[in-house]
Design a protein around this ligand. Structure first.
Ligand SMILES: Cc1ncc(COP(=O)(O)O)c(C=O)c1O
Length: 388
């Protein structure tokens, strides 16, 4: 009996990084602090939960629309117009189980065996398996680490071949915390247009930006709506990671192919939770500002405390819930540093190389998942570790 299929055994192993090591310590009852898991530290706002509960109580328990409820997709279109400068119609929106599902559908619908997808490195590693399961090949192009991981035209151009099909952009960027400028996004747009490539744009952190950094959807640049899959989710800004709710927006001509995947793998997204998503978009938005202010406080704490440690340089993240400090001056591989920190202090950080070799010399520190006071304790422990 042959098991499993080649697409499983021949794709990269799935890794959850340092979390897997931390689980062993947690099972042992150790006082572990999680600075590696990228999830919000808040409960979902009450009005969103109430809307989903009400919908369930009202009996919305049967099959719904394959692309997502029209009411929700209409609200999404309003949001896209006002926040993303995208003038999409209801038929150009597909509601998905989080951004993960949107990305999987896009890769599955777009890639033939051997088609290449360019990831900007350090990259978000969870896109790799999706590309490989779809038959694609991951090609990496380094961001410019000498310039705060900015987009480097020459590095991307050098990786374009006749098999290149797509460029994947994560903006705001995990793990670097960058929010790309219009000029940087224009580099990608120009290359995509010149070489007739698709762009898949992961904008899961669109509403988490600081210090006036403005998130721009690459599809809003001239000539990009025609070739971009813009993906969003309720996951981060609305603290709805467990709800599994997101959406992808693209030209209507691409939609039938995407739905060939989603209709076969899930039919459609759970109907009553879509009422929660509708409430998230149309209800009070103060909760977003409050959560963002709280993230910002923890961001400032982490940056200040890390920069106070001799040898560490931590640029202020422009967006996301991650700091990406440079620890290269300690002269050890960053994976060794992350392991030593875990063993000596029970603080879980992620090695920069989890995001590709270009992440060497860095740690990724999530300031979004633990409360302020706990992060203070974590910083005390890191300070002690780096002093020895
Ligand atoms: C860049 C990026 N994309 C996608 C996701 C996953 O989003 P979702 O939970 O909506 O599938 C994450 C979660 O950490 C992420 O950091």
């Amino acid at each position: 009996m042959k098991w499993p299929a080649d697409r499983i055994s021949q794709s990269s192993p799935k890794s959850f990084g340092m979390y897997e090591k931390a689980m062993v310590l947690m099972a042992d009852g150790k006082d572990v602090i999680h600075l590696e898991v990228g999830r919000p530290n808040f409960d979902t706002p009450l009005h969103i939960k109430e809307a989903a509960k009400k919908s369930l109580d009202e009996g919305n328990v049967h099959y719904g629309e394959f692309a997502g409820e029209t009411k929700l997709r209409t609200a999404i279109c309003d949001k896209l117009r006002s926040l993303n400068k995208l003038d999409a119609s209801v038929n150009e929106v597909l509601v998905t189980n989080g951004l993960t599902h949107a990305a999987y559908a896009v890769f599955m619908a777009a890639l033939d065996e051997g088609d290449e997808v360019i990831l900007l490195e350090p990259y978000y590693p969870q896109h790799i398996n999706k590309i490989e399961l779809a038959g694609g090949v991951v090609v990496t192009a380094k961001l410019n680490s000498d310039d705060n991981f900015s987009i480097d035209k020459a590095a991307i151009e050098a990786k374009i071949t006749p098999r290149t099909r797509m460029i994947c952009v994560v903006n705001p960027a995990n793990p670097t915390g960058r929010v790309y400028t219009k000029d940087e996004l224009t580099i990608i747009a120009d290359l995509a247009i010149e070489h007739d490539l698709l762009v898949i744009s992961d904008e899961v952190y669109e509403q988490i930006t600081y210090d006036g950094h403005l998130h721009i959807s690459i599809a809003s640049l001239p000539g990009m709506w025609e070739r971009t899959f813009s993906m969003f989710a309720y996951t981060k800004a609305f603290a709805m990671d467990g709800w599994r709710l997101g959406y992808v927006v693209c030209q209507q001509k691409f939609m039938a192919a995407l739905m060939k995947i989603t209709v076969n793998d899930v039919a459609h997204v759970n109907v009553f939770i879509q009422e929660g998503a509708y409430a998230a978009l149309t209800g009070p938005q103060e909760c977003l500002t409050e959560m963002l202010a709280d993230d910002d406080r923890r961001r400032q704490l982490v940056c200040q405390r890390l920069n106070d440690i001799p040898g560490i340089v931590c640029p202020a993240p422009e967006g996301t819930i991650y700091a990406f400090p440079d620890v290269s001056s300690f002269g050890k591989p960053c994976s060794q540093i992350a392991n030593e920190i875990l063993e000596a202090t029970y603080v879980v950080t992620e090695a920069g190389t989890f995001y590709g070799p270009a992440g060497e010399g860095h740690l990724r520190i999530c300031f979004g998942a633990e409360p302020y006071e706990v992060i203070e304790v974590a910083m005390d422990r890191l300070q002690k570790y780096f002093a020895t």
